[in-house]
Design a protein around this ligand. Structure first.
Ligand code: SF4
Length: 269
């Protein structure tokens, strides 16, 4: 009996070339233990846990995020919150003041401010015009004074003058969204969290770690790429990298150690 011929293989169409960004973004295996195996997983807030559970893993992007995080740890080993504070109340107030203002300027204003108004009740009852004068140099002082008074009033009336620790409670304070809540929880109580400010949004997008514009979507997508215990330092280091190298206008790619891992290297101006 003559040997059977193997069936002829169908000619395969050549695959189109893909950009590094789209190749890296291709969904892969289903969600697994990147987060749930972390000792910090239990401290992640319920809103974020729920969203992460619905996402697939992105092995190529995880690898890029881990490499970038390693390089930023080497560059900024001591990266931490730049706003000076002694407690949660001071950090909430400093974060409100930091909108459209440098951290350096806020740090110049807050020592005298916290000495004059040491409690949430003092800030809630700050005389009209007086608080505005005290924070004048941070800009947008009328709106900021209004936000500080309203937030402190909520803290006094609903939480006995103490800033609440739970994400759900923090988000009920007037003027507090996830960014401020994450700043406070991460820096005061050591919760895992990502603070999405303009630097973080710009740089994670340039690095191809997210394509989102909305801060909450950016938070979820980037959180999906790193284990929770890495989030806080990654966030601080990315922000420092944005101030020093990956500036909004004219990123200094020729001085950036992330070039081999950045799809936007030498493409932004
Ligand atoms: S290579 Fe350029 S665009 Fe990419 S992170 Fe560095 S400075 Fe930013």
């Amino acid at each position: 009996m003559p040997p059977r011929k193997a069936p002829a293989k169908k000619a395969q169409k050549p695959k189109p070339a893909t950009s590094s960004r789209s190749a890296a973004r291709k969904p892969a295996t289903k969600h697994a233990a990147l987060h749930t195996a972390s000792p910090q997983w239990e401290r992640v807030d319920a809103w974020l846990k729920e969203r992460l559970a619905g996402l697939k893993r992105q092995p190529a992007l995880e690898k890029r995020a881990a490499t970038v995080a390693d390089l930023l740890v080497a560059e900024f080993p001591d990266a931490q919150c730049a706003l000076h504070h002694d407690d949660a109340l001071q950090l909430i107030v400093a974060t409100i003041l930091s909108a459209q203002c440098t951290d350096e300027r806020v740090n110049m204003v807050t020592p005298a401010l916290f000495k004059k108004y040491p409690t949430a009740l003092d800030l809630a009852n700050a005389p009209a015009g007086e608080l505005e004068k005290d924070i004048h140099s941070t800009g947008f002082f009328n709106n900021k004074a209004k936000s500080i008074r309203a937030c402190c009033r909520d803290i006094v009336e609903r939480f006995g003058g103490e800033v609440p620790e739970a994400m759900e409670d923090l988000l009920t304070l007037r003027g507090v969204a996830r960014k401020t809540a994450n700043v406070v929880r991460t820096n005061v109580w050591g919760y895992p969290g990502l603070t999405v400010d303009t630097h973080f949004a710009r740089i994670t997008k340039r690095l191809g770690l997210t394509e989102q514009e909305d801060p909450e979507k950016i938070e979820v997508e980037v959180a999906n790429l790193l284990p929770p215990e890495r989030w806080a330092h990654f966030c601080h280091a990315v922000i420092l990298h944005g101030r020093k190298t990956c500036k909004a206008r004219g990123p200094k790619c020729d001085a950036c150690r992330l070039v081999p891992h950045c799809p936007s290297a030498f493409k932004e101006s």
